[in-house]
Each structure stands twice: as C-alpha cells, then as structure tokens.
Design a protein around this ligand. Structure first.
Ligand code: 13P
Ligand code: SF4
Length: 358
C-alpha cells in the first residue's frame, strides 16, 4: 500500500493507533499528512521529526526521525532546498547553522526549551572570564549565540564521550545541571556550580585549562543550574510507586532527569537509545521517564510491548508542533529560522566538532 496517499496513510494510522483513535480523526490526520507529503515533494523539502512528535505526525510525514544527534547528522547531509524541523527552535537553529544556504522552517514560533532559555552568551563569557582557558562544552539544547561561545557541543547521546575527548581535565559544561551531574558521575569528575560573583582565576589561559587545574580545579566539571522543565519533575518516589504496582516493569530515564532518578532506573540514554533499548529487550512492560509521546510512538510501532505512561508530564514546546502547523509552514514558508552569519561561523565549529565525535 502506498503510504503517501490518503487511503494508504489512513490504513497505516488505523493499524498503529486505530484501537484508541476514532475513524474520522484518522481520516482527518491522513488527509493532512497526504497534503504535507505532496507539498514536501513539490517544494523539494525534507522533514526531520524529533522522537517526541505525536504518533500521527511521527509515523507519517518525517523523512527521518531520531534524537537530537541523529537529526543534526541528517540536517548536515541533506541536499534538499528546505528543511522543515518538527522539533524545537534550538534544533532548527542547529540545522540552519549547518546549512546556511538552505531555508529552515519551524512550524511554531512557540517551540522553545527551558534549557536553551536558561543561559545567555553573556553568561558563558562571564564563566570563561572566571575560568580562563577551560574548554566549554554546550549541550545542543542552547541557542546559536551560546554555541558560538563554546568549544564543542554535545547531545544526551554523546555527552560523556565529548567530555572524555577533551585534553583538559577541567571542563565547563552547560547548561543542564542534571545532565552535568550524570556525566560527572560517568566520567568520575567532581562537579561545582560556582557563583559568577566570586573572583576569577588570575592566570594566563592555556589551551589545556592548566591555569584552572593549578588553581585547584583539576578533574572538575563546572556546571550551570539550567533544568529541563519536563525531566526535573520525575522523582525516585514515582519509580518506587510504579514498581510497587507493576513489579515486572523496566524503567528508562532520560539523562536530563536527576542523578537519583537515573540511578534508580534500569537504563538511561538519549531518546533514540531508549527506543532501541525497548525494541531489543524482551520484558513485557516499560515506563519511559521522558515526554509521554515517545511511549505512544513505541507502542504504535511495537504492539507486543506494553508501555506505561506518565502523561501528566508533557513538554509544552514539543507539543506546539502539529500536522496543521506543519502544513501551514510549507504553504506559507514560515517560520523561517535565521542565524546571523558572525554567530553562525563560530557556532558551526562547535557543532561540527560534536558531529565528528559521533
Ligand atoms: P535527545 O537528544 O535525547 O533526543 O533529547 C532532546 C531533548 O530535548 C530531550 O528533552
Ligand atoms: Fe527542552 Fe525539556 Fe522540552 Fe526537551 S523536553 S525540548 S529539554 S523543555
């Protein structure tokens, strides 16, 4: 069956989510998806879909789905004229940083991120002044001007690898407090969250962060107190109560959850790593401590797996992206993502270094 026609898309959705979605809704979504697929071809566009997209979108219109790292790799390689990013602004910006000559569209202007909003380029400059010569690792969940102040980016799937790749033993790691704590545990570093009001290290910067090491910061990760407004809500008590009710459940936590939560879970990894883990594990039941749509997407693709869901915890930013707005994005060529060239040329180095590490 051709899964680009209304009938083919309807049958696909019926098979995947038909046991809890009324037929008229399936038809409506299939019609929207078919029109998006038609326009995508007409405009020579590619659609990238983050793993958090709702099932009717996730399973129909993207050419590629994945986690932040996988999607930045796809964005780096595309030969299409337009990239429509079904994700949030920092992801679309990363695609633009990698593809300055292409048009990058984000279907909603409101798709931000609490982590990206937690830090400014000015903050990073102040940290660099306080810790001269110490390399800056920025989570990809940051805006372009913050990436431009950074030596290298990372995502949740390669954060520890990126930190280990640096020649300096002291690292500034921004802006997610919990991801930093999880990476510090994995790499055996201590972590501090310094106040910018304290005096800086008065020494000449060196490439290896030697000045900071000499000042007593050897083996230290210097963090920032940004939080993901979704993942910070999961608690060890949630895990205890779920296990009490469902003793055979396998629990997976995103590394943006607190280190207590990731330690109490059975597995912690990026959104793509969590999907792979469920697909490759034979347990009957799973709970993902992350945006709820991921559980729905996995259940739709793997009917033999039972997914428990904590859907009162949602990402308000990812949930801005709908089939309706994606269609409008293609029809009206909106919302165009721009990155000033003087910022982009600095940010691209940090993003490309990350992609090279894999
Ligand atoms: P991933 O890189 O694991 O897809 O995570 C992105 C994100 O925003 C998680 O909240
Ligand atoms: Fe940002 Fe958290 Fe939403 Fe991911 S889930 S986009 S980190 S607010």
């Amino acid at each position: 069956m051709d899964e680009t026609t209304v009938e083919g898309l309807y049958l696909k959705l019926k098979r995947m989510i038909g046991d809890y979605t009324p037929d008229f809704e399936l038809r409506y979504k299939a019609e929207l998806a078919a029109e998006i697929i038609r326009l995508k071809a007409e405009k020579n566009a590619v659609i990238l879909g983050h793993n958090y997209m709702e099932p009717a979108l996730y399973h129909t219109i993207p050419d590629f789905v994945g986690d932040s790292l996988e999607l930045s790799r796809k964005a780096a390689r595309t030969d299409k004229d337009i990239i429509v990013f079904c994700g949030v602004k920092f992801m679309a910006e990363t695609a633009k940083i990698l593809n300055p000559t292409k048009t990058v569209l984000l279907p909603s202007e409101k798709a931000g991120c609490s982590l990206a909003a937690s830090i400014t380029a000015e903050d990073v400059r102040a940290l660099k002044a306080r810790f001269p010569g110490v390399p800056v690792v920025s989570y990809v969940n940051t805006y372009a001007d913050v990436k431009a102040e950074s030596d290298i980016c990372c995502t949740s799937s390669n954060a520890a690898k990126v930190v280990k790749s640096l020649s300096s033993d002291t690292v500034i790691f921004l802006p997610d407090e919990y991801l930093a704590r999880n990476v510090a545990r994995e790499t055996g570093k201590r972590i501090i969250f310094p106040s910018l009001l304290e005096p800086g290290i008065s020494a000449q910067p060196t490439e290896t962060g030697q000045a900071a090491e000499d000042a007593g910061y050897a083996g230290t990760m210097i963090g920032w107190r940004g939080r993901c407004e979704v993942h910070e809500k999961f608690t060890v008590d949630d895990i205890r109560r779920v296990r009490q009710q469902f003793p055979d459940v396998v629990i997976l936590a995103h590394p943006e959850c607190s280190p207590e939560v990731t330690a109490a879970a059975d597995f912690s990894g990026s959104t793509a790593a969590m999907i792979r883990y469920v697909e490759q594990t034979a347990a009957p039941r799973y709970l993902l401590l992350t945006e709820c749509a991921m559980g729905e997407n996995i259940a739709a693709a793997n009917p033999d797996k039972e997914m428990l869901r904590l859907c009162s915890v949602r990402c308000p930013h990812m949930n801005q992206i709908t089939l309706e707005d994606t269609l409008k994005a293609l029809q009206l060529n909106r919302y165009v993502i721009e990155v000033p060239e003087e910022i982009r040329v600095r940010a691209v180095q940090a993003v490309e270094r990350m992609i090279a590490i894999g």
